[in-house]
Design a protein around this ligand. Structure first.
Ligand code: AP5
Ligand code: MG
Length: 211
């Protein structure tokens, strides 16, 4: 099997985390979400967490230097040697340039395309498990245990899923992250996957893009 060093692009709520989990299991490569790492730091009350909390609460991006350091450290770990999935990084052109400067080879870039109106509906129904990290949707991907995660933990709503914050995150996405599609198109790496109503259908298209 060829090596996969994948970047998943897409608006907030496009389904990056959902697809990353599935691809990670299928190819046995780690899925690296800067958003999840930042939320863990905030939950742990670390110095980093305290520094970045206000950005997340407002739906703004954390400063480039902070996330670049996080990613540099994470990609140096041995489990990334056989491939990895970057979910939510890079998110600005300077972050993408930093990956190039680090000498990180990217084999695939997939942008999951979902219209803003659908995003608002998806975010309203998202439920997450703080213990195992699983993501559900009340309508599109319900937990087999209702309000509990499959692991038994009560499900929660992410603090940045408040509709006003989601609106800000969408603006930030279009202004700062969407230009990365051109960046990777010019490198001949970009593939678009149109997010489908059914998770499995999006997964099939994503796997086709990786074939
Ligand atoms: P991050 O955690 O990365 O959030 P995001 O990019 O806004 O994306 P989400 O995690 O909200 O959505 P997703 O695409 O993973 O969708 P999901 O699979 O959950 O970042 C959070 C914050 O951290 C940022 O705002 C920023 O402040 C900071 N940050 C992170 N990285 C940074 C960086 N590099 N630079 C600077 N700041 C950074 O799916 C959403 C919902 O839809 C779920 O309920 C799911 O079940 C459902 N769903 C999924 N697929 C489908 C489908 N096909 N049909 C129907 N429903 C579906
Ligand atoms: Mg996510």
């Amino acid at each position: 099997m060829r090596k996969i060093n994948l970047i998943l692009l897409g608006a907030p709520g496009a389904g990056k985390g959902t697809q990353a989990e599935i691809i990670s299991e299928k190819f046995a490569i780690p899925s690296i979400s800067t958003g999840a790492m930042i939320r863990e730091a905030i939950a742990a009350g670390s110095e980093l967490g305290l520094r970045v909390k206000s950005y997340i609460d407002k739906g703004e991006l954390v400063p480039d230097a902070v996330v670049i350091d996080i990613i540099k450290e994470r990609l140096a770990k041995p489990d990334c040697a056989n491939g990895f999935i970057l979910d939510g990084f890079p998110r600005t052109v300077p972050q993408a340039a930093a990956l190039d400067e680090m000498g990180v080879e990217i084999t695939d870039v997939i942008s999951i395309e979902v219209a803003d109106e659908s995003i608002m509906e998806r975010m309203g129904g998202r439920r997450v498990c703080k213990k195992c990290g699983a993501t559900y949707h009340t309508k599109y991907n319900p937990s087999p245990k209702g309000e509990l995660c499959a692991c038994g933990e009560p499900l929660t709503i992410r603090s940045d899923d408040d509709p006003e914050v989601v609106k800000s995150r969408l603006v930030v996405y279009h202004e700062q992250t969407e230009p990365l599609k051109d960046f990777y198109q010019e490198k001949g790496l970009l593939k678009l996957v149109y997010g489908q109503e059914k998770l499995d259908d999006t997964t099939s298209l994503t796997l086709e893009a990786l074939a």
